[in-house]
Design a protein around this ligand. Sequence first.
Ligand code: NIG
Ligand code: FE
Length: 417
Amino acid sequence: MLLIRNIGELILFETEAAPMLNTAGLRRITDAYVTIEDGRIVALGADADCVALEWFDVVDAGGGCVVPGLVDFHTHTVFAGTREHEFVMRIEGRSYAEVAEAGGGIRTTVKSVREASEDELVALALPRLARMLSYGVTTVEIKSGYGLSVDGELKMLRAAKRLGELQPIEIVGTYLAAHTVPAEFSDRREAYLDLVCSDELMGTVVDEGLAEFCDVFTERTAFSIDESRRVLLAGKERGLIPRLHADQITQIGASRLAAEVGAMSADHLETIDDGGIEAMKAAGVVGGLLPGCSWYLGVEQAPARKMIDAGLPVALATDFNPGSSVVESLPLCMNIACTQMKMTPAECLIGATANAAAAINRGGRLGAIREGMQADLVILDVPNLERWMYEAGRNCVRTVIKNGVVVHDCDGTGIGD
Ligand code: NIG
Ligand code: FE
């Protein structure tokens, strides 16, 4: 049994509803304790009421705030190569779409990934995941989408699966062969879509249990609504849950398609319109917000306030990738959501925990501190949630507990008052 004592502020979500529509279910206990057994939270409450039995392993939170382990539900963490030249091109005035149309963008990373071995992809991703863990992230979704061939896509997803066995973060695989049309298929789009939906590729992904989700980049420069629908329905037929990169650069109806195919989330949404918000809300699709991406590209953020005020549940992720969001830190993205999207720290925490878990079909097990939930917890070196968000860019995480086990610990700089 593990006992965490001397918690300055424990953040609970009392509601079992996931995703959460607002902050009404969030409760704070000051001077609190939590006990953990077999990877589950078994008891919690005021520290004064804690009965510390002698066989407990005790962790002193030192007056720090304790929050649920963060869930980064949208990332492209498996990749090779870097694209800093595009970063400079954008500073000089080219847009993300212009860089992609000039043959850069995703296709540049495809070249690097095709040249890398599965072992190399694993070795490149391990330190990234170690840093994500140090920021308090305990679950990470990883997409394919830089292989765009049978070998390349399977290599990426097999690497992602192995990563789940090599380090503490739980890994969730997503099949994203429909990320862009690879150069060799440029004038044979239908043939590429046939391959994406084939037994050889999609079928193997399912047979080997490499992915739970099927994603499509639905965008003018990538796949049309009809093309996306075809891939998502083919995936659904094989048991892959649909999700989309939707309404990022141009408004072509992707959020409505997400509603139509019963997607679990539609992510980006920088150009979502009122009809898209209503359609997603009616169909129970989570609005996936990626504030680090718009921040990194220097473009307008998604209208988070409008979505939340309309009653659409939103989740937050990094979209960590080598092109549009070279941002590993989910807490930094939460801070950007505060300052640029006017989400409150409480809304950001819900977005990066309970709602993010719901967006990857894990709402009943992960993303909340409550009796019976999996014990994925983060001890911060600050006394409250607001202080964490207020300290932009500093890593305030002291200790990370995954499934009841301490998996990351650093001395921190002491708890502020
Ligand atoms: O989520 N939008 C499409 N895909 C990624 C970017 C991938 C890349 O540029 O390598 C995204 O932003
Ligand atoms: Fe993405």
